[in-house]
Design a binder for this molecule. Structure first.
Ligand code: MN
Ligand code: MN
Length: 312
């Protein structure tokens, strides 16, 4: 007996009906729900090209093609879990402090219902209020960040909050478990060893840059990640971890990244971890390529994350 029910594609064509994530029910009553998909359409934390506020809408649209069984993870997540599309948080677009409070409350509501939040950004600044809510429930968590960028920079134009600082703030606020924060896929021109990495070294952040990941291969990289985290873990996937040849629809693209396939394998490698919350961020549909390949990839990575949660 399936616990979540997608629209039946033999009765309703995949391109019909208002788009929800993977054609799951749109449901705001979270009683009995195991995983809630929650949009956070906010991009006022961007430093270069905005547009990720339109990510949730396009990712839902592209997700309508995804079938329910993972041959590679050997799981049908909707047989194991009750998953619903809880819609979007009505995030105020003009004040980042107010936006953060709306996002924190939205995610806390999911957690209070006993469900795992899977948040769709939005730019990467939204991960901070998600982590505030998650840490309020679980205490300091391990963090796995797939990203081209470290996102532990300091203030920007006099503001504490933007998409380059969420994880510095998370460390300062005590939301992360010491020594259990790993970044994967870091690359691109930087500011300097001191400017970029002094804070990270002081706070025992583990960095697996793109050269290490490609040289070691995906399997060894997954092993390294798994050696570092245990207990409750939050996974954040910035789509710019993937090469812009595969994921052009993003605000701060960096060449020389993961392939779509490597991204899938990295996420699949997390199976068995206690994922208590996750997000996929920085999909900006206006910069996407033909076929909306970035939004399609993001939707598929969310599916892989659902399979990981189903295998807990
Ligand atoms: Mn990021
Ligand atoms: Mn990034």
């Amino acid at each position: 007996m399936p616990k979540s029910r997608q629209l039946d594609s033999s009765a309703s064509p995949r391109f019909a009906q208002p788009a929800t994530f993977m054609r799951l029910p749109h449901q705001t009553d979270l009683t009995g729900v195991d995983v809630a998909i929650l949009g956070a359409p906010f991009d006022s934390g961007t430093s270069y090209r905005s547009g990720a506020r339109l990510g949730p809408r396009e990712i839902r649209s592209q997700s309508s093609l995804i079938r329910p069984y993972s041959f590679f993870q050997k799981v049908s997540p909707f047989d194991q879990l009750c998953v619903v599309d809880a819609g979007d948080i009505d995030v105020p677009p003009v004040s980042i402090e107010r936006a953060y409070e709306a996002i924190r409350l939205g995610v806390a509501r999911v957690l209070e219902a006993g469900a795992v939040p899977m948040v769709v950004g939005g730019d990467h600044s939204i991960s901070l209020p998600c982590l505030r809510a998650v840490a309020a429930k679980h205490g300091p968590v391990a963090l796995i960040q797939f990203d081209a960028h470290i996102d532990t920079w300091g203030d920007y134009f006099g503001g504490k909050y933007f998409h380059g600082s969420p994880f510095r703030r998370a460390i300062e606020e005590g939301l992360l478990k010491d020594g259990a924060y790993v970044q994967v896929g870091i690359r691109g021109p930087m500011y300097g060893e001191e400017a970029d990495f002094a804070f990270q070294i002081a706070h025992r952040v583990t960095l697996i840059d793109i050269v290490q990941a490609k040289r070691d291969g995906i399997a060894r990289t997954v092993d390294r990640i798994r050696e570092l985290v245990d207990g409750p873990v939050y996974v954040t996937f910035d789509i710019d971890a993937v090469d812009p040849a595969y994921a052009p629809g993003t605000g701060t693209p960096e060449v020389g990244g993961f392939t779509s396939y490597e991204a899938q394998e990295l996420v699949r490698g997390l199976a068995g971890l206690d994922v208590v919350g996750c997000d996929v961020v920085e999909v900006a549909p206006q910069f996407d390529g033909p076929g909306q390949i970035t939004a399609l990839l993001a939707a598929n990575l969310m599916f892989e994350l659902l399979c990981v949660i189903a295998r807990r």
